[in-house]
Design a protein around this ligand. Structure first.
Ligand SMILES: Cc1ncc(C[n+]2csc(CCOP(=O)(O)OP(=O)(O)O)c2C)c(N)n1
Ligand SMILES: [Mg+2]
Length: 577
């Protein structure tokens, strides 16, 4: 009987072109949407797309396509799929690949390539995409044999989404898209060299349980690994069971509820006083799915100097990379937390520690001085938070507005926060919002962007309009490359070299050019009014907020300093002025 089935399947195998195989594979993988841009080398693929029923979003630049795919992946947890043509199409996605690689986002990216017989001849629109993308992809392929194509695509989806997620690229020479072969997508994946460890080692778990029972000042540092593993529930259960406070990295926000009494805020360069001091003072640091980025640790010499470090990570290469680790646990975050929850062990006695942390929270909260005559950017984020009951999906660009969004929008739920963490890619926020909205059609999606970064990918307004995505684009307009300006103010004696842009375009007119409604506000009352209008409209809207131009992001840990040396903490702190 079983043999019959195999026979039947063999009989059903039809010959088809590589282009059609690609389409059939996307259908087999249940891909809902692909983001791309056509060109010569991918014309046979686009021809098959034409009548395929596969939903393709034509972004206005390949960088837009890949950031949209990242936004989609971040919110849906499914791989984002991208198609770009050879040469310039492929090189336009290099930034997005690097971004996805460092932030562990699952992508499957198809690039066209010149025909096999001219590879290496500097043919028209030829670029060595496999060479260029080798270090910025989890894995990459070039198709050399049409019969390999189905297997390659299947492996690519598998590799992108398992273990530590990441981007996988498939470079397809044009002749491979027109040549015919047998389409067999039923085959087993066999990758002996790629077997991610999902379940934790029991002895290591016991070591951590022991360490927790001895700890007086334990703390959990939770990163995006918790979100990738869908382990928010388990994280909360474990923290509550053991009375351990939780700190998030920038990318981890939303993994643990921001309004939970055990939450201490974000750590790092612009982290809260309490989170940073807790990392400095703790005696046990449990890192779950974070990679000890330098923006999180500050100067490693002063990082968690008195702590035993435990690190749970699905990628063994991350453990011990930056911070010496006594208890390494290679595992999926959810699996490790489930094991920890079910272990017998004495919880830590953290009463005194929690009292100390609560005192810090009260004494040194995030602080800014409001002024209703202008718009304080921090106040703007708080207003957005209130208008959306904290339930919106927020995408950001990179700079001061990104840090204010991270500090003042309180994420109580997972998978609501889409930002470029590791690479810090300006131009990320707007296209990422497109992918996020397509991943969650009913969500309120807000793209908070800087006046600088917005202009790097603003052409994607055209897509937002075309698809009628009700995204609210919020420009935090400080007429400057604010984060650069801040560093020049503090570290370069106010020598504002190429960071002030007093003559920004009229963004409201720009919205109108894209056939969108645009509003502008310059005072807090106006800001409130236009937010009200924008949220009453079920359509794309662009909002230009002229915020205080010389506001800085605080607290701040200067480069080279330890987390405990942050400045700009207290209202009376002179460094705030
Ligand atoms: C592609 C890219 N180029 C340069 C930078 C360096 N950079 C980091 S923040 C920043 C300023 C961003 O200005 P804006 O978008 O207006 O945001 P703001 O800081 O003013 O909120 C720059 C230039 C970057 N992160 N990405
Ligand atoms: Mg700016």
């Amino acid at each position: 009987m079983a043999n019959m089935k195999v026979e039947e399947k063999r009989a059903q195998k039809t010959k088809m072109s590589g282009a059609l195989m690609l389409i059939e594979a996307l259908k087999a993988e249940n891909v809902e949407v692909i983001f791309g841009y056509p060109g010569g080398a991918v014309l046979p693929i686009y021809d098959k797309l034409y009548s395929s029923g596969v939903f393709h979003v034509l972004t206005r630049h390949e960088q837009g396509a890949i950031h949209a795919a990242e936004g989609y992946a971040r919110i849906s947890g499914k791989p984002g799929v991208v198609i770009a043509t050879s040469g310039p199409g492929a090189t336009n996605i290099v930034t997005g690949l690097t971004d996805a690689m460092i932030d562990s986002l699952p992508l499957v990216v198809f690039t066209g390539q010149v025909a096999s017989n001219v590879i290496g001849s500097d043919a028209f629109q030829e670029a060595d995409v496999v060479g260029i993308t080798m270090p910025i992809t989890k894995h990459n392929y070039q198709v050399r044999d049409i019969q390999e194509l189905p297997k390659i695509i299947k492996e690519a989806f598998h590799i992108a989404t398992t273990g530590r997620p990441g981007p996988v690229l498939i470079d397809i020479p044009k002749d491979m898209t027109t040549m015919e072969g047998e389409f067999d997508y039923e085959q087993e994946i066999h990758l002996p060299g790629y077997q991610p460890t999902i379940h934790p080692n029991h002895l290591q778990i016991r070591k951590l349980v022991e360490a927790v029972s001895q700890a007086k000042k334990p703390v959990i540092l939770a990163g995006a690994g918790v979100l990738h593993a869908n382990a928010s529930k388990e994280l909360q259960q474990y923290a509550e069971q053991q009375h351990i406070p939780v700190i998030h990295t920038l990318l981890g926000l939303g993994g643990f509820p921001a309004d939970h009494p055990l939450f201490l805020g974000m750590a790092g360069m612009h982290g809260t006083y309490t989170a940073n001091m807790a990392l400095y003072e703790c005696d046990l640091l449990i890192n779950i799915g974070a990679r000890f980025d330098d923006r999180v640790t500050g100067n490693l010499k002063y990082f968690a100097p008195n702590a035993t470090v435990a690190h749970i990570d699905i990628d063994p290469a991350e453990i011990g990379k930056n911070v010496p680790t006594k208890i390494p646990i290679v595992s999926d975050a959810k699996e490790a937390l489930k094991e920890l929850i079910h272990q017998e062990g004495k919880p830590a006695d953290t009463t005194a520690w929690l009292a100390q942390l609560n005192e810090w929270k009260k004494q040194f909260p995030l602080y800014y001085k409001n002024d209703v005559q202008t718009i304080k950017p921090q106040k703007l984020i708080e207003m957005i938070y209130e208008f959306t009951n904290g339930e919106a999906i927020i995408t950001t660009d990179v700079g001061q507005h990104q840090m204010w969004a991270a500090q003042y929008y309180k994420f109580n739920k997972p998978h609501r926060w889409v930002t470029s963490g590791g690479l810090g890619t300006m131009g990320f926020g707007l296209p990422a919002a497109i992918g996020a909205q397509l991943a969650d059609k009913n969500a309120t999606v807000i793209s908070i962007v800087g006046d600088g970064g917005f202009q790097m990918t603003l052409q994607e307004l055209s897509v937002i309009r075309e698809l009628n995505l009700p995204i609210k684009v919020i420009i935090v307009n400080n007429q400057s490359l604010g984060m650069v300006r801040q560093w020049q103010e503090i570290f370069y004696e106010k020598r504002y070299s190429h960071s002030l842009i007093p003559n920004q375009p009229d963004f409201v007119k720009l919205a109108e050019a894209y056939n969108m409604k645009g509003f502008r506000a310059k005072t807090e009352a106006e800001a409130c009014e236009i937010l009200k209008q924008a949220f009453s409209l079920d359509e794309p809207v662009l909002l230009d907020f002229h915020v205080t131009a010389d506001e800085n992001v605080y607290p701040m840990v200067a480069p080279g300093k330890g987390l405990h040396e942050m400045v700009g903490v207290k209202p009376c702190d002179e460094s705030l002025q």
